[in-house]
Design a protein around this ligand. Structure first.
Ligand code: EPZ
Length: 421
């Protein structure tokens, strides 16, 4: 039965929401278990379907993984070597599966991963992953939808310059370089907090890395790694999403575990539109400066530390009820406006011109049946439903469970009228 989400709009949210560990860090950290026979323990793991899919993939590659729901921990240990195939049935559910390629190649000299295929937000090729791994000495062939990598001998460190920033390619190359012979220098590397978190975990395993968080990262290959326990960094995209939930509903929410430092560009834009975000010791507090005022603004999505593409759809929901005309330019993905036709169904006034969206604020959104297309687009429907006049029903909501832990419970606890049908 296709699950749907029902929302009755118009409730001003108030209360507190705990922020979970970052999906995009956890999915990058879990493949580190392939790099050695030592156990990898992760704390603050988000309870998401993608985490279970990654667990399934690692088990198919010979790992034993025990997930503890209540303690939100996972312990993974590679028990059985000699399995190198990431099957299409798993990869097609989750693009992040490509992140096992670097570890497999650097540890075993071979890896076969199904090409992920596109997804709702674009073609999302992996050419830069392969370019960087080839520079380290891997050789690839593409056959029947699988990319097959081989290494004669071991990977050798070198200087790699990414033509443009890729979070996944940066992560994959770091994971390959840590066991390569010699020094690897990554230029134009991704600076995302999830990359910093990955390097922090690798250093606790005995790797030698410097420059993470900057444009250039230097990795010195090592020979053996040790067991480690690592706390997954807070999810800045979940945090930004609930900040907008408070702003759009004209409520006031306390976000425990929130860290304003990971969202500087986003928070600056919220101050511009009239939303106040203040950092206390272990939480953030969010509310509008003036009750019935959201101002328009202009947004360009960029690699970190710029405005995150993963918060573009959510910001568009907020700007659709702003005073005046806002412009959003999506510079990371070629097709990340799938939420626009759905917002228009709810009464938003948005025009698309290539990678630009022009949003003319309206007084009121109206509840309507809408559908979710990708993870962040689906949550922007929830945000619009919170403020819309009337009821909204969102179809195809499996996307939401991939990226938002207990979203119904978290919003209900703040007074939202939201439930699964
Ligand atoms: C990561 O995806 C995130 N996913 C995405 O979050 C996020 O939107 C993206 O980074 C950008 O911040 C995970 O971390 C699991 P990229 P990734 O490589 O690594 C193109 C979410 O909603 N590109 O930085 O796949 C690519 O098509 C998800 O949580 C190539 O052309 O993103 C895109 O246009 C969505 N060739 C741009 O670069 C490549 O080899 C940036 O992609 C790789 C990427």
């Amino acid at each position: 039965m296709k699950e749907k989400i029902f929302i009755e709009g118009g409730k001003k949210l108030s209360g507190s929401i705990p922020i979970a560990g970052a999906k995009n860090s956890c999915l990058t950290l879990m493949p580190l278990s392939l790099l050695s026979d030592q156990a990898l323990s992760l704390n603050n793991v988000p309870l998401l379907s993608d985490v279970h899919t990654m667990k399934e993939l690692l088990e198919s590659l010979g790992c034993e993984a025990s997930f503890h729901n209540l303690k939100k921990t996972i312990k993974i240990k590679l028990l059985r070597e000699g399995l190198f195939l990431a099957d299409y049935n798993i990869v097609k559910k989750m693009r992040a599966s490509i992140l096992v390629l670097g570890p497999l190649l650097t540890r075993f000299g071979q890896g076969i991963v199904a090409l992920p295929g596109g997804c709702a937000i674009g073609a999302r090729p992996v050419d830069m992953h392969l370019m960087a791994l080839e520079a380290l000495g891997a050789r690839f062939s593409i056959d029947k939808g699988y990319v097959k990598g081989m290494v004669a001998g071991s990977l050798k460190g070198c200087k790699i310059k990414f033509p443009f920033v890729s979070v996944g390619a940066t992560a994959n190359t770091i994971m390959a370089a840590v066991l390569a012979k010699g020094t690897t220098e990554l230029v134009n590397a991704a600076r995302e907090p999830e990359i910093i978190d990955l390097c922090k975990c690798l250093k606790s395993m005995g790797c030698e890395i410097e420059g993470e968080g900057e444009n250039t990262i230097i990795i010195e290959g090592v020979t053996n790694l040790r067991e480690t326990t690592h706390e997954v960094v807070m999810d800045r995209i979940e945090l930004g999403t609930y900040i907008i939930a408070a702003a759009i509903s004209d409520g006031e929410i306390k976000l425990t575990g929130g860290n304003i430092a990971l969202l500087e560009a986003f928070i600056n834009k919220l101050h511009e539109v009239g939303v106040e975000v203040t950092q206390a010791s272990d939480h953030l507090r969010v509310k509008r400066l003036k009750s019935n005022v959201i101002n328009c603004t202009n947004i360009v999505t960029e690699p970190f530390p710029g405005f995150p593409t993963d918060l573009q759809a959510q910001m568009m929901a907020l700007l659709s009820i702003a005073n005046g005309v806002s412009n959003i330019e999506e510079k990371i993905f070629e097709n990340r406006f799938m939420h626009v036709p759905e917002l228009i169904r709810m009464g938003a006034n948005i025009k698309i011109d290539g990678r630009k969206a022009i949003i003319s604020g309206v007084d009121q959104l109206k509840g309507a049946p809408v559908q979710a297309t990708d993870l962040r687009a689906s949550v922007s429907m929830v945000l619009a439903g919170l403020v819309a006049n009337g009821n909204t029903v969102i179809d195809k909501i499996h996307h939401i469970d991939r990226g938002y832990e207990n979203i119904i419970e978290k919003l209900t606890a703040c007074g939202a009228v939201i439930k699964r049908l």
